[in-house]
Every structure is written in structure tokens, then in C-alpha cells.
Design a protein around this ligand. Sequence first.
Ligand SMILES: Nc1ncnc2c1ncn2[C@@H]1O[C@H](COP(=O)(O)OP(=O)(O)OP(=O)(O)O)[C@@H](O)[C@H]1O
Length: 312
Amino acid sequence: MMIRTENLSKRFGDVVAVKDLNLEVRKGTAYGFIGPNGAGKSTTMAMLATLLEPSEGRAWIGGWEVTEHPDEVRRLIGYMPDFFGVYDRLTAEEYLAFFAAGYGIDPSRREGIISRLLELVNLADKRDAYVDDLSRGMKQRLGLARCLVHDPELLILDEPASGLDPRARIELRSVLRELKSMGKTIFISSHILPELADFCDAIGVMERGKLVAAGDVREITGRIKGGRTVEIHLLEDAERAAKRLEGEQGVTSLRVDGRKLTVGLEGDERRQAELLSLLIAEGIPVYRFEEISTDIEDVFLKITGTGEEGSP
Ligand SMILES: Nc1ncnc2c1ncn2[C@@H]1O[C@H](COP(=O)(O)OP(=O)(O)OP(=O)(O)O)[C@@H](O)[C@H]1O
């Protein structure tokens, strides 16, 4: 596990920014952290990046507890905050050299690293341009290069696509895909779900400090596309039921979790009833069969229906 948190919480006076957060992000995957403004995404990311002390709970990065081993954690992560400072007298190259020096990278290696990074984020031709003259999309990509100077395993990216035009978003996404193919773990936030859906393996949705949904991206996006999710509780391991429903018309996903089977379904109530009959006919002991709460769908509607210029 690359990231794990246990009841991670943060209070600012009376404001509970993050409440009892339990997250798991597997190594080598891209995890989309979705939620409206103020949901607690930035606060969570800052705690993971060792910049903010949790009020309660714990968090581990690559097995290192963030408050006990901040140095080890910092070596493992590249963190990109949601703001970009002002660097009017620095060129792109000088900017990266500054951070490379900050990470204690040997001067003889800096030049090579900077060239490779500028290449990676498609800014090789902007090497001598002043940072403040770059477009917002270029600045974001330069910011990404900056958090890669020490070759971290995990990238924590706070709304990197916000404020970018569609073209700049596409360019950013192509860089992120490349990083993923290099084996990096990517933890990325956004308030627009479709923006991350096709890139991420898993997503977690925050609302008012709480994780209200988390899981496989296909399962969750299936719900948004009008599909439904049915939870089936059995008196036996759910494998047999999963096998029986595999390939059945309308079934878009199946997830076995001990004696619980979660089914993504495209179809109406009649189809649900048919699937239940199939299981019963097979002698599979179902004791609970229910479509799970539509609250979660409401949350998605709120998040995805904000009228922002998303790029599905
Ligand atoms: N330093 C702080 N002092 C007081 N309150 C804070 C502080 N930082 C964040 N908060 C509050 O904590 C809550 C969560 O904020 P946070 O920035 O983590 O949300 P977010 O999901 O990242 O939203 P955004 O997309 O707007 O950055 C908000 O109510 C915010 O006002």
C-alpha cells in the first residue's frame, strides 16, 4: 500500500476539515480524490505531505508514519499544491535547478535531470523562458516537473487541472499518463469527476470532511451513468453467486468481498428481480438483496453538475 490512513482528522478551531478518514491507495495506481470546494481535499493532501499536523488519527506513506518519519516520507513524495508562487526573475531551468539544489541533488547530475524533466513535461523549448511568462498550463507542467526532481514514487497533486483550458488539460493528462506508465503512484484531486474518471483506477469522494464513497472507478462511474448498484448478502462466500451472475445481461461489474457481492447493473427493477431469481434457483442462500442508497448518487450529481467547464 502506498498510502494508508486510519481515522485521519483535522480540526481548525471549530471547523472540522477532515473527519475520520480511512484511505487506501495501492502502489502504482492512480487515485482520484474528488469533492467540491471545501470538502477537505487540500487539508488531507497537506497532512500526507507532512506539512500539516493531523489533529487525530494516523497516516502512512510507503509504510512510514507521516508524523514520526517526515524525512523518509518527503523522499518518497512529490507534492504539488494548488497554488503557484511568483518567480518573476527565474527561468524554467533556474526554477528547477533551485528545487534540485533544495533536494540536495549533486550539481553534476542536475543538468541531466533538468533536461529530462523539461522533455517529459514538454517544455524543452521553454528552458530559458521566465516562469512568470509561461501560460497557466505550462506553469502547471513545470510545477509537475518540480515535484519530480528527486524521482519520488508517489505524486500528490492538488487540483493540477483547475483553471486550465481544454487543450492544456489534455497536455497535462498525457504527461500524467506517462508518469503512470513509469510506475509512479498518483494521488490527484479535482472537483470534477469526469476529468479523472478515465485516468484513475480508483476514486474517493469527499464531502464536508468525510469520505462518502470510495472504490473502483468503473463501479462508481457506472452508478453515475444511471446504472445501479446492488448489494447482495449471502450465507456463504460470494464467489459462487459472482460466477452465476457473470456475463448476465445488464451486469457491468461484480465485486466479491467475503460474503458480500456488489453488482453494478444497467437495468430496471424487473432486471433486479430476475437476477435475484437466478440466484435463488441455483440454491444460493441470499438473505439480503438491496440497491444501495441513492445518497451517493446525489453527491455525485452535486459534484459533477457544478456547471464547470469539465472535459469528459
Ligand atoms: N488553515 C486553515 N484555517 C482554518 N480553516 C481552514 C484552514 N485550511 C482549511 N480550512 C477549512 O477546512 C475546510 C476544508 O478545506 P480544504 O481546503 O481542505 O478543502 P478542499 O476540498 O481542498 O477545497 P478546495 O478545492 O477549495 O481547496 C474548509 O472549510 C476550509 O475553510
